[in-house]
Design a protein around this ligand. Sequence first.
Ligand SMILES: CC(C)(COP(=O)(O)OP(=O)(O)OC[C@H]1O[C@@H](n2cnc3c(N)ncnc32)[C@H](O)[C@@H]1OP(=O)(O)O)[C@@H](O)C(=O)NCCC(=O)NCCS
Length: 183
Amino acid sequence: MTPMQSKNLDFEPLTAAHADDLFSILTTPSVLAFIDPDGNPPTIEELRAEYAARASGPVVLTTPSEQWFNMAVRLKAPPSPAIGRLEATGYGEWGEVAYLFGEAWWGKGLAFESMLWWHDYLAAVVPGTEWWATVHPLNQKSIRLLRRLEYEEVDPTKRPTLHSYDPGDCCFVRSAHVAESTI
Ligand SMILES: CC(C)(COP(=O)(O)OP(=O)(O)OC[C@H]1O[C@@H](n2cnc3c(N)ncnc32)[C@H](O)[C@@H]1OP(=O)(O)O)[C@@H](O)C(=O)NCCC(=O)NCCS
């Protein structure tokens, strides 16, 4: 089993209670700039309900093999704040990943460390999955992160039915054969 930690971080299956930790850092304009550009941040009640739904898993399956994975990310160093969250939806041979971190923790390599761990974790629970990510073309931080993680950009017309895709998004894929990390 993958340890629920990396060098600097602890990972916890996401629950509704994490909304209280993450609300103030993940609903800011900078975090939502490319996710909810219309500026419609959730209320704390909506975030609790969203995280509860994420924790329960899909109500209606898009495909019989659909699985949801959601993790809160916490710094090990005291006072051990929650700093972001990771998500993945698996559809059998392929799936989609996404990630959000509070702005105070950007530019420190923590998203990269989290995502290396996430791919190790996912490789253990749903081995052989090809992971996809969609990104707004102006979200350069996210694009740099994906490239560091050995994702390759793919012509959007060649994408599978990515549920996170909005017209104009860049599409990236990380093949199942990319070597797992040693974190
Ligand atoms: C996208 C996002 C996760 C990127 O976070 P990030 O902090 O830039 O990513 P990393 O943790 O990999 O940090 C990388 C940066 O830290 C720097 N860095 C500092 N110390 C580092 C270390 N020890 N190891 C690696 N990188 C380090 C790198 O040089 C790099 O800087 P650069 O972006 O100027 O090239 C973050 O901007 C975010 O949460 N955005 C809001 C939500 C969002 O848009 N999600 C993606 C939707 S597709």
